[in-house]
Design a protein around this ligand. Sequence first.
Ligand code: ATP
Ligand code: MG
Length: 376
Amino acid sequence: MFLEQLNLQHFRNYIQEEIKFTNNKIILLGDNAQGKSNILESVELLSTLKSHRSTKDLELVYKDRFFGQIKATVQTKYADYDLSITIPTKGKKELKINQEKVKRNFDFLGLINTVLFSSLDIDLVRGAPEYRRNWVDNLLIQLEPIYYQLIKNYYHILKQRNALLKQIKKMGINTAEHLQQDLRAIELELWDKKLAEAGSRISRRRARVLNKIEPLAKFWHNQISNKTEKLIIRYAPNIYSENDSPESVQNAIKAEIEQKKTAEINLGNTLVGPHRDEIEFIINSDIARNYGSQGQQRTLVLALKLAELQLIEQIVGEPPLLLLDDVMAELDLNRQRQLLDSLGDRFQTIITTTHLNYFETNLLNQAQIIKVQGGK
Ligand code: ATP
Ligand code: MG
């Protein structure tokens, strides 16, 4: 996959800018706060309709303007596409593929595949479970675009169910038995069923993709850590299912809900389901989040990113774009070389940096170097 051109209008600190990419390796060079990461963020949005830095569309639009726009031309193995996202400060994004409006967001996904690796990614290992859930979800959105809809649907159900639980709590009901005498028990049971159905779709996909990525991550981890450490990736949903059939997972969620219903009523919050999943990275039988050294944690993140690249390439059938945001400064020479050597020439790679002296002459000779200054 090759990104040919990017047009940014009223996006972040860009008023109007056209960027043409001519090489496989691109270096965005500039001082802090000039707009390097903003370029990567625009590509991330084209790929996942999400930004890892912001959940508010308002922040993506140039200050005091009403809408921003990202346009791109991309060549893929299957076809070339002109893509555009118009982001209003209020309301829904408008998506177009080859000038035609796209009705369902997930039809827009999967056309540009990316792996983003930024200095913030250490949170994948060190941060709260939410970072790891987002990581798997973003991967799934690219591999199975319908997942975007499934996640949205699940969170909608969750919101409704939580609202009902709060209402029940407000009525002074504080045990599952007490609730049985109220009509709302039936209403809650309907939401339980919906939650279990939607939740099982998420859980099963997460489990499957983690199974696929684990051997790849193990391989890369082995390469980088000089074969001294053993990595395990464990999906830890807080339910027990006998097997991974939809029925079994649904029943497991329902059973756990029954167990926790009194607690849920008291908290006014749903305690069971994939929004509470944990994904554990275990190195030599210790959880990397709690026990890993900084170096071990960085090695692990690098291995996960390389595994991501490989998995997307295997499933989609062509290499995704690689977006490296400020990571060179973070990696020691050995890990840098590992990363660049493992990439070879297959992946079009956009790298942001404040200095060129992080890079070897070999890379500098091949790369297109774009200077970024004040949104230009
Ligand atoms: P660093 O090297 O520090 O990571 P960078 O070049 O990657 O810097 P970016 O994060 O791309 O910097 O851009 C940050 C700049 O964009 C900041 O100056 C910020 O004020 C500006 N900016 C962010 N959002 C908007 C917006 N909505 N409107 C105008 N400017 C914005
Ligand atoms: Mg930056």
